[in-house]
Design a protein. Sequence first.
Length: 143
Amino acid sequence: MEYVFPALIEADPDGGYLVTFPDVPEAITAGETLAEARSNAVEALGLALRGVLTMDRSLPSTRSTKPGLIDIAVDPTTALKLAVVEAFNESGLTKSELARRLGRVETEARRILDPDHPTKLPLLQEALAVLGKDIIVSVRGAA
């Protein structure tokens, strides 16, 4: 599960830069500078993907390969939250069973699975482990 999507960053005729994601049309943002546009793109992408999950839809796959697109990754905490929700949806478990396996009450399992509810890293790691997933961190040079 990678949460990196290609973005098109274009000069806005009114000034600054406009950022769109061909595979995530809900994610649109802008910035006065290129650096601000990229930073806003990370946030817009995360918000859009969490919104997709909130509407009980599957996350889009990355298909766009047009020249000129720049890869944008969601922030690490959002990536882990998205991974937990996706792994849970694929698992066939109930929220009660997830809670039991985590040794927690069902209301806490519901909060873990709520894309907009903040969850601390150790609990996201624990949930992913219970769901049979490993976390692998990758760092690469900025585009």
